[in-house]
Design a protein. Structure first.
Ligand SMILES: CC(C)(COP(=O)(O)OP(=O)(O)OC[C@H]1O[C@@H](n2cnc3c(N)ncnc32)[C@H](O)[C@@H]1OP(=O)(O)O)[C@@H](O)C(=O)NCCC(=O)NCCS
Length: 259
């Protein structure tokens, strides 16, 4: 596998002339179609790093440095669905960090959904990303279903995940949620006099699964989880860790900030 900086190497045609981007540009939730997305990055002095398996694009990430701070924006990352779990996103994200740090950036900022468990494994566990709740997005144009979103930051000086003080499958029994298939229910409410740590566990989720659930009327997947994330934030609980708890489940651990 080879990583190519498409803009610096003058190889934008390898992206733009691609007849079908859907296998590696279908789940990223980018605000622009693929060709316009590359142009958007180019105009802002950024780079699109593409991973190739021979002449096939198997993944990419975008990175845009900020003109007036030492932040950079991660402008999307996606790996071809047939090439996942081979370390390609890890290599792309490491390359984006190297690219941005040689241009004076110290951190990558971006947004994602905390529902996407593979993403959190990559960002939080792979690169020690910090998550903070951003409750301002919607799953539908009518703005009836909230879309759980977090602001993420990866500090280049601190990318080593430190294991949680709470680990293991007992996290599941401490979760504020229970799940029936992909439908969550709130087991108990969050309060200011609650414990130091709170736990929210999730089945494995990605964008196609969440959209399928929404289409089938399971809006609680977004609205119930958004409500719990918002309650946790309102009660000063911060994202602290993300653990695999077995049987295809994952758990966020939150710690209440000293006030
Ligand atoms: C998230 C995504 C980019 C990860 O790509 P990838 O190349 O499969 O990731 P890697 O192989 O580098 O995985 C790195 C680590 O992340 C975790 N991870 C990745 N996919 C996972 C999955 N499906 N389930 C659990 N953990 C996963 C693992 O810890 C993995 O390390 P391991 O394989 O050694 O255990 C890919 O799933 C994807 O393209 N998703 C759709 C697009 C998207 O959501 N983009 C981000 C928008 S914010």
């Amino acid at each position: 596998m080879k990583i190519v900086p498409l803009i610096a190497d003058g190889k934008e045609n390898l992206w733009n002339d691609c007849s079908d981007h859907s296998a590696f540009f279908g789940e990223v939730g980018a605000p622009l179609p693929p060709v316009e997305h590359l142009e958007h990055i180019r105009q802002r002095g950024g780079e699109k790093l593409a991973a190739f398996d021979r002449d096939q694009i198997v993944g990419w990430t975008g990175v845009i440095p900020s003109p007036d701070s030492d932040d950079a924006e991660l402008a999307g990352i996606e790996v071809h669905r047939d090439y996942r779990r081979q370390g390609i996103a890890t290599t792309l994200l490491s390359s984006a960090i190297t690219w941005a740090s040689t241009r004076g950036s110290r951190r990558l900022n971006f947004q994602t959904s905390p529902l996407f468990t593979a993403n959190t494994m990559l960002y939080m566990r792979g690169f020690n990303a910090s998550y903070s709740w951003n409750g301002n997005n919607w799953a539908d144009p009518e703005r009836t279903v909230p879309w759980p979103t977090v602001d993420c930051s990866i500090e280049f000086a601190d990318t080593a995940y430190r294991s949680s003080i709470m680990q293991g499958s007992d996290l599941r029994s401490q979760s504020v949620l229970t799940w029936t298939r992909f439908e969550p229910e709130i087991r108990r409410h969050i309060g200011l006099s609650g414990p130091t740590f709170e736990v929210m566990h999730f089945p494995e989720l990605d964008l196609p699964r969440v959209f399928t659930e929404l289409r089938e009327g399971n809006t609680g997947l977004c609205s119930t989880t958004a409500r719990v994330f918002a309650d946790l934030a309102a009660n000063h609980y911060q994202f602290r860790a993300f653990e695999s708890v077995g049987n295809g489940f994952y758990a966020y651990v939150f710690q209440r900030a000293e006030t």
